[in-house]
Ligand binder design. Structure first.
Ligand code: NDP
Length: 316
């Protein structure tokens, strides 16, 4: 049966952006509904220690941080539901949000569906994710002081992550599947001119190698294959970073709101408005530049304030 209530605000997504939006709209007494999505808590739930979220002097585990954010939002009345939104209809107000075949209505919607780092799809990559394998240099680079690091990819993300990682690692090897780079010349040149960076072209990573014993997992390297010669060999390293891009989780909004050609949601430069009045977007679903938990949380706060003011404007 459909939900006949017209909610003030429905929040789609439960990473730092969604849960901060929930906290603020909750405190504004808007009784937000949060549909948490496929990965409740978002990308931080697949990291280990988060050391760069302000307020936690000694760091905090990603899943714990997200649990705290959820509880803080719930304390102010956020109704967090472990459901996946299957579709939306933003053609008229109240907006429709479809969950498990059921329709939910809302005067405003905050989209905080985030983005997912692209992965290679190797079982060993999943096994060591958070234990030597990472898709975020800013989050995890610090853990690889004086160690050997591999970065996979040939675009700007890979170049940027590799350059950043030279602050920590003793050597950084960029592994790219072709011999031509997609990266912009300036970023490629910066990587080429960095004495700590080596470029390995025409090479793919076939398997992450490591030790997985008694619940302890440590990366020791990767099995590489030269795609020209067909030769397979072991490349030793302690850290492996995937820099093959991100995909915003915005498929369900296609045709409903304006998206960039890359899939990111178009928002106003000064606030979180999308092209549909009453629908707001925050976090990594609309930000391909900063992609940090703290910036996502900040934009979640902005979306909540924008939604609150929009709802006030409806009542004259
Ligand atoms: P891109 O799509 O530009 O590059 C992805 C890279 O990963 C490509 O080299 C691609 O190889 C490689 N790749 C993709 N899938 C696989 C796979 N399965 N196995 C091996 N390699 C793979 O993504 P980016 O995230 O680098 O950049 C996205 C956008 O963001 C770009 O417009 C970029 O300019 C921008 N950006 C800008 C930055 C800045 O200005 N500071 C920083 C980061 C990103 P191939 O080339 O063979 O397809």
């Amino acid at each position: 049966m459909n939900d006949a209530t017209v909610h003030n605000v429905i929040i789609i997504g439960s990473g730092p952006a969604g849960l901060t939006a929930a906290l603020y709209t909750g405190r504004a007494n808007l009784k937000p509904i949060v549909f948490e999505g496929l990965q409740p808590g978002g990308q931080l739930t697949i990291t280990t220690e988060v050391e760069n979220y302000p307020g936690f002097e000694h760091g905090i585990m990603g899943p714990e941080l997200m649990d705290i954010m959820r509880k803080q939002a719930q304390r102010f009345g956020a109704d967090c539901r472990f459901n996946i939104v299957e579709g939306v209809d933003f053609s008229a107000s109240p907006f429709k949000v479809f969950v498990q075949g059921k329709e939910h209505l809302a005067k405003s919607v905050i989209i905080a569906t985030g983005a997912s780092a692209k992965l290679l799809g190797l079982p060993s990559e999943t096994e060591y994710m958070g234990f030597g394998v990472s898709a975020c240099a800013t989050c995890d680079g610090f853990f690889f002081k004086d160690q050997r690091i591999i970065v996979i990819g040939g675009g700007d993300t890979a170049m940027e992550e590799a350059s950043y990682l030279t602050k920590f690692g003793k050597e950084v090897t960029i592994v790219h599947r072709r011999d031509e780079f997609r990266a912009s010349k300036i970023m490629l040149d910066r990587a080429k001119n960095n004495p700590k960076i080596k470029l390995l072209t025409n090479t793919v990573m076939e398997e992450v190698l490591g030790i997985n014993e008694n619940g302890k997992r440590t990366v020791t390297g990767a099995r590489m294959k030269n795609v020209v010669t067909g030769e397979s060999y072991i490349h030793e390293a302690e850290g492996i970073f995937l820099g093959i891009g991100h995909k915003p989780n915005t498929d369900i909004f296609k045709g409903q709101i304006d998206l960039e050609s890359t899939g990111y949601i178009k928002t106003s430069k000064v606030n979180t408005y999308t092209n549909v009045t009453g629908v707001f977007a925050c976090g990594d679903a609309q930000d391909h530049v900063y992609r940090q938990a703290i910036t996502a949380a900040g934009s979640g706060c902005m979306a909540a304030i924008d939604a609150e003011r929009y709802l006030e404007s409806l009542h004259g």
